[in-house]
Ligand binder design. Structure first.
Ligand code: FAD
Length: 432
């Protein structure tokens, strides 16, 4: 070990290092017994991000600060939680430390909750040519791209070029793809024509390309049908059971050989785990960390994984649990209870996932809900979706600000944040 990160000595307490302050890591850091553990939370960002609402930042409905929360503010009153902004690079399980870009951090217990990143399914060129939606900054890039399209559209009278500029291709028919295309369709109807009266918006096309047999594949068939029907009614062109093979701007080539001409390709087709190197080969399964019912990573009793990056295979979940917020939160709560109870798993409770249902919004007054045996859509599901999301946002100020923004846009058929903000770099700026 060299260059140890400067963190106060843990004294008689055990040091619990948590990598990743997302849904799972943040919940664990809050719930862990601070009398028993010195908690060290590390994250490459100094804030928590509420990912389910990234698409609203991307479409100008919400400010980034409404769905993010500074880690330091979360733990202002808790002197036994130490936050360090850094990126974990690997773990040395024998010497019990993690290596990060600011130095090494020794641990007694290590929890890996590093979540996922965008999956390009091996076609890494798509990473540079398309826009993804896996962070606040990517959401802002998408927002800028959308706004820039209309500014560009004003500068051409070439019909083909205009269609290329006004064509939006969203790749991936999961919740994010459905939400993004639904939001764009709503804006095409109620907002963009007011901002850009010189543009003929009948030429704006929204394509949703989905490789699975139906939209929202993780939800019920009824919800999938409902989502597809609503999107079609709102003018979204759905390409089902087809994948995007490549994108050579401005042509996206689909798996059936056809092409879509567009300057705006948004890739929300899947995720892959953010793996942390250094553990035994048997601890990984397609990048996810294999865990037992106590969240212990295979082969280690003091290293745990929770959330999207963890893979718990059981009879009930032969392919692991869905990579959603509820699983991450429930794993964190269970692990906190277990670690707070005792330091060995002899009297710990096993993790059992309780599925509370799924919701996805399609646009104004339209969402779908699968709650146990009940599958429904429409207005009521939409209000349910709004309520659940407001309650889930971290921070009272954020809840209030999202509520006000939503009420305002609902009443006025408007979103007020269509600002094209480009960061300016100079030689004083250095990103670590
Ligand atoms: C656009 C989008 C929409 C979504 N919509 C929904 C939805 O509607 N409902 C739902 O249930 N789920 C939704 N999800 C999934 C949900 O957000 C995830 O399941 C959840 O975030 C998983 O929590 P986590 O704690 O495992 O990971 P995350 O919340 O992703 O947190 C991981 C954290 O680890 C940090 N990190 C990663 N690598 C490192 C490293 N090497 N060093 C330091 N820090 C690191 C990251 O900065 C991040 O803060 C959505 C996801 C996305 C991207």
């Amino acid at each position: 070990m060299n260059n140890i990160v400067n963190i106060p000595d843990a004294g008689k307490k055990k040091r619990l290092v948590i990598i990743g302050g997302g849904f799972a890591g943040l919940e664990l850091a809050k719930k862990a017994d601070k009398k028993k553990y010195q908690v060290v939370l590390i994250d490459k960002n100094n804030y928590y991000q509420f990912q389910p609402l990234f698409y609203q930042v991307a479409t100008g409905g919400l400010e980034p600060s409404s769905i993010s929360y500074p880690h330091r503010k979360n733990f202002q009153k808790n002197k036994n939680v130490h936050f360090r902004m850094c990126e974990a690079q690997y773990v040395d399980p024998d010497k019990k430390f993690i290596s990060t870009n600011i130095g090494d951090i020794p641990y007694n217990y290590l929890v890996i909750s590093t979540g996922c990143n965008t999956n390009y399914f091996g076609n890494e060129s798509l990473k540079d040519s398309t826009f993804s939606l896996k962070s606040i900054s990517e959401s802002l890039l998408v927002r800028n791209r959308i706004l820039l399209s209309f500014e560009e559209a004003l500068n051409t009278d070439d019909e083909d070029e205009l269609r290329e500029i006004l064509s939006f291709v969203i790749v991936g028919g999961g919740a994010t793809g459905v939400e993004l295309s639904g939001a764009l369709a709503d804006m095409r109807k109620a907002i963009f024509p007011k901002d850009y009266p010189e543009i003929d918006f009948s030429k704006m096309e929204i394509h949703l390309v989905d490789a699975s047999p139906r939209l929202l594949f993780g939800m019920s068939e009824k919800s999938s049908e409902n989502a597809a029907e609503t999107l079609k009614k709102r003018g979204v062109i759905i390409h089902q059971d087809i994948s995007v093979k490549s994108y050579d701007k401005p042509y996206a080539t689909l798996s059936d050989g056809s092409t879509l001409r567009s300057r705006n390709v948004f890739w929300v087709a899947g995720v892959k785990p953010n793996s942390l190197k250094g553990l035994a080969d048997t601890s990984y399964n397609r990048g996810r960390l294999v865990i037992n019912e106590y969240n212990q990573v295979d082969g280690y009793n003091n290293i745990f994984a929770i959330g999207d990056t963890a893979l718990l295979i059981s009879d009930k979940s032969p392919k692991g649990h869905p990579q959603v917020a509820q699983v991450a939160l429930q794993m964190a709560k269970r692990l906190a209870k277990n670690l707070n109870k005792s330091e060995s798993n002899s009297d710990w409770d096993k993790f059992v996932y309780s599925d509370r249902g799924s919701l996805a919004t399609i646009g104004r007054n339209a969402a779908v809900a699968d709650l146990g045996k009940f599958h429904f859509g429409g207005w009521f599901a939409w209000w349910l979706w709004l309520g659940v999301h407001i309650l889930s946002i971290v921070g009272m100020r954020n809840k209030v600000s999202v509520f006000i923004d939503w009420v305002w846009s609902y009443l006025n058929y408007d979103v007020s944040l269509r600002l094209f903000i480009r960061p300016k770099f100079n030689k004083m700026y250095k990103e670590e």
